[in-house]
Structures are given as structure tokens and as C-alpha cells.
Design a binder for this molecule. Structure first.
Ligand code: FCB
Length: 441
């Protein structure tokens, strides 16, 4: 489905057209406002997936344990989202719960996620469902996971099964969360399971994910004609460490293509291209109905040679860029211009753009509000330039388990006290609620 089938620019609540009115900017009517989470990061006790095994093997800062116990507390968490004016919510299905053993689908887990979806609908929250957010069932990881030639079939079967269950309740589907990040962390940096560092394998995984998306896309549309399907594409703003260095600039161009464009380009055109190295047709093109955009920060890139790893280069620790920008608690630079850049860059697909994640880990909540405001400012500007942004989902509703970083980064609109599981709404969430209520910045 293409842009014309959604109406991102409908009239606003009071009949006023979107855009600038006196000092304020109006968002389009029907704009999706909300937050995002993922199963492993909030549910707690996802004991049957590869990430849990990775944690138990002591590979990360701390294990996820009970996380936010959202598996049991989703109703009260959705009450909070609703009280904050949200009208949409993104979450992921935990494959290891739904298919705990190969080919055996758990009635209990399937019923659980139906309850979750009903709870969202009852509260007027449009579900945006991620089918795969980094975690594989253990049985599948043990069989090689994304390296297994079976994975395309197994992923597609899983996607078809969850569509059979939930097509009546869900229109918005994300096949993969941040495929490029997943591949980079898991198969090049080796920081995430399965902890490999091997370029040819990484490339095979990219190929398999692309093909799996295309196959799943058709399974989804076969079961829900008006489905809106995409990936959540992580976009990382990139700048040369030394702007005068031609090699650093070359590394920026290489990384920009591999991280920010290859995946979307391949799904759009139906061909996987590595200029000068590889070209392959996918089973089909045009398998995105919208662009899901995750945006956080900018990195400085340093070339390390002319081989493939050298061209990709290194991320320069921000040490000698100390004068640049402001950082969040995990040291990522706050760089709202990057969001404007990617909204423009991805407008070339002529599809609606949904911001599927944007946020920061920070204990000083005032900084969270400033961050949200500055990024919404960029959204408003993009809209007024005619870019069809259809929603903003903040990462995250709750403080949660930030993968290898553990619980120290506080990403939530709602604070979680992990000792008691008490939730406390942050001031930034109330400020965002005010923007949502007025649909205006
Ligand atoms: C994104 C991931 C999400 C979360 C945020 C902070 O890259 O999609 O799971 O970890 O970063």
C-alpha cells in the first residue's frame, strides 16, 4: 500500500489546516502519538531465548531478570499510556514464548498477546506490532539462527501464524527491528548473541533477513489486505572524524550506505546491491508500505584502511569531539538535526514515515523534555515541507533493560523502581501529553 492510502494531512481537530498558525505548529489530524517497547526489554523472565542464555553466560553488564514485569503489568502500563494521551503503542511479540519448541505454538502465549492487543484497543491505543525485536527462541539459535538456511521458512511460518491469530486486531506490522544494528552488533562487533565477528556471515544474515521480510510481507498482506508493513530502520547520523580527511569522508559514505540505506533500498527496489561486489534480485520489490524510522544520535567515523573493515572504519570515541554537542547518560550525542536529515532522505521512497523510536537515557528529566521538544520541532519542520510524517513513538514508555548496557540507562516516560516495580510518571511525559492534547507544538 502506498502513501495515497493513508491520509497524513487530514484536517486538524478544529478544522484548521495543519501547519503554522500564529506562533504554533499544528500536527495533522490522526497523527499517531505514543511510545515503543520490546518484549525482552520490559516483559521480564524471557528465559527461553538466546539473549537470556547470553546474559546467563555472563556476557553483559547485568541480566534482564524480571525487567519491568510488564508481562503481568501491561494493563496498568497501558492505563498510564492512555492517561498521557497516547493513541498508539508499539511492542514486540516474544517468539520464544509463542513457539517455545520448533513447530509447537503455545496456546497460552498466543492468548496472552491477544489479551495485550485487546487491552490496547480498549484504551484507544493503535497497536504497532514488531514481529522480531532481536531475540530468537533458544531452539532456533541452537540450530544456527540467522545463519541457518531454514531461517527464512521458519520466520515466515512464525509471521503467518501470528497473522492468523491477530490480523483482525492489528493493521501496523514491523517485521524486523533495526536489522542493520542487529547484524552489526551480533555478527561484526560480537557484542550480542551469537557473538561473532565475521563479515561473510554478516552479509549472509543481511541477505536472509531481506528475503525473510519479503516472504513475510506477502504472508501479512494475504491475511490483512490493508496492512501497513515495514521495518524499524535505525538511522545513525554520521560525520567524518576529521572533515578534511578524504579517507574519513569515504568511510562516512560507506557506512552511510551500509547502515542507513542498503536495507530500505533493497526492499524498495527488490535488489540487494553492494556496489562493485554483489548484486542479487530479491523475490519481490516494493515491500514497504511505510518507513519505520528509529533515530537517536550521531557518530564520528574514522577510516582505518582500504579493506572492507577499513572502509567501514571505527567510531571515534567522542573524546576529542568533546566540544561538540551535549551527551546523554550513555554518552550519545544529542543531535536533532539528524532527524531532519533522515526525514528528508527517506522521503525519497514516497511513503509515509512513522517515527518508531526516538529517545534518550537520562536521569535529569528536564533533558528528556528538551530532547523531545527539539526532535518534535524537526518533525514539525519536515511536515511543513510536505514530508508525510504520520506519527511519533517515543522510546520508551518505561525505563527498561537496555541490552548489554543493562538497566542503568533511564529511557522511560515513566520511571520504574526495579525493587518494587512502582511506576512514576515523569514530568517530560506530562509535557509531551500536553503537546498531544493540543496536537500542536
Ligand atoms: C534501539 C533499539 C531498542 C532500544 C533503543 C535504545 O536501537 O531498537 O531496542 O534498545 O535502541
Amino acid at each position: 500500500m502506498r502513501a495515497e492510502n493513508v491520509e497524513p494531512h487530514g484536517p486538524s481537530h478544529d478544522g484548521e489546516a495543519p501547519g503554522v498558525h500564529s506562533a504554533n505548529f499544528r500536527f495533522p489530524d490522526g497523527f499517531l502519538w505514543g511510545a515503543a517497547t520490546s518484549s525482552h526489554q520490559v516483559e521480564g523472565n524471557c528465559t527461553n531465548n538466546d539473549w537470556w542464555a547470553w546474559e546467563q553466560a555472563g556476557k553483559v553488564h547485568e541480566p534482564s531478570g524480571a525487567a519491568c514485569d510488564h508481562y503481568n503489568r501491561y494493563r496498568e502500563d497501558f492505563d498510564l499510556a492512555r492517561s498521557l494521551g497516547h493513541n498508539a503503542h508499539r511492542f514486540s511479540l516474544e517468539w520464544s514464548r509463542i513457539e517455545p519448541e520448533e513447530g509447537r505454538f503455545s496456546d497460552e502465549a498466543l492468548a496472552h498477546y491477544r489479551d495485550v492487543l485487546v487491552a490496547l484497543r480498549e484504551r484507544g491505543l493503535e497497536p504497532v506490532v514488531t514481529i522480531y525485536h532481536y531475540t530468537l527462541p533458544k531452539w532456533l539459535a541452537e540450530r544456527g539462527g540467522w545463519e541457518s538456511p531454514q531461517i527464512e521458512r521458519l520466520f515466515t511460518r512464525f509471521a503467518a501464524r501470528v497473522l492468523d491469530e491477530y490480523a483482525d486486531l492489528v493493521r501496523w506490522w514491523i517485521t524486523f527491528n533495526e536489522p542493520a544494528v542487529h547484524v552489526f552488533k551480533s555478527y561484526i562487533l560480537g557484542q550480542w548473541p551469537p557473538g561473532k565477528s565475521d563479515y561473510p556471515t554478516a552479509f549472509q544474515v543481511v541477505r536472509r533477513m531481506l528475503r525473510a521480510h519479503v516472504l513475510a510481507y506477502h504472508e501479512i498482506h494475504a491475511r490483512r489486505k490493508d496492512a501497513m508493513v515495514s521495518v524499524a530502520k535505525h538511522a545513525l547520523a554520521l560525520t567524518p572524524c576529521n572533515p578534511k580527511s578524504r579517507l574519513d569522508r569515504l568511510s562516512v559514505a560507506t557506512r552511510t550506505y551500509l547502515f542507513n540505506h542498503l536495507f530500505l533500498d533493497a526492499l524498495h527496489t527488490g535488489a540487494l546491491r553492494l556496489p562493485g561486489l554483489f548484486w542479487e534480485r530479491l523475490p519481490a520489490g516494493h515491500t514497504l508500505d511505510f518507513v519505520g524510522l528509529n533515530y537517536y544520535t550521531r557518530d564520528f567515523v574514522q577510516n582505518t584502511g582500504l579493506s572492507i573493515p577499513g572502509l567501514i572504519g571505527n567510531i571515534c570515541t567522542l573524546e576529542h569531539h568533546q566540544s561538540v554537542g551535549k551527551r546523554n547518560d550513555l554518552g550519545w550525542e544529542i543531535y536533532p538535526e539528524g532527524l531532519a536529515h533522515f526525514l528528508k532522505a527517506y522521503a525519497r521512497y514516497r511513503l509515509p514515515i512513522l517515527i518508531t523510536e526516538n529517545g534518550l537515557p537520562v536521569t535529569r528529566d528536564e533533558d528528556r523534555w528538551t530532547f523531545i521538544f527539539l526532535h518534535l520541532w524537526q518533525v514539525a519542520r519536515a511536515l511543513s515541507e510536505g514530508i508525510p510524517v504520520i506519527g511519533y513513538l517515543h522510546w520508551s514508555l518505561l525505563d527498561n533493560y537496555e541490552w548489554a548496557e543493562g538497566f542503568r540507562g533511564r529511557f522511560g516516560l515513566v520511571e520504574v523502581d526495579y525493587a518494587t516495580q512502582k511506576r512514576t510518571v515523569r514530568e517530560s511525559a506530562l509535557r509531551m501529553a500536553d503537546v498531544i492534547r493540543r496536537n500542536e507544538l
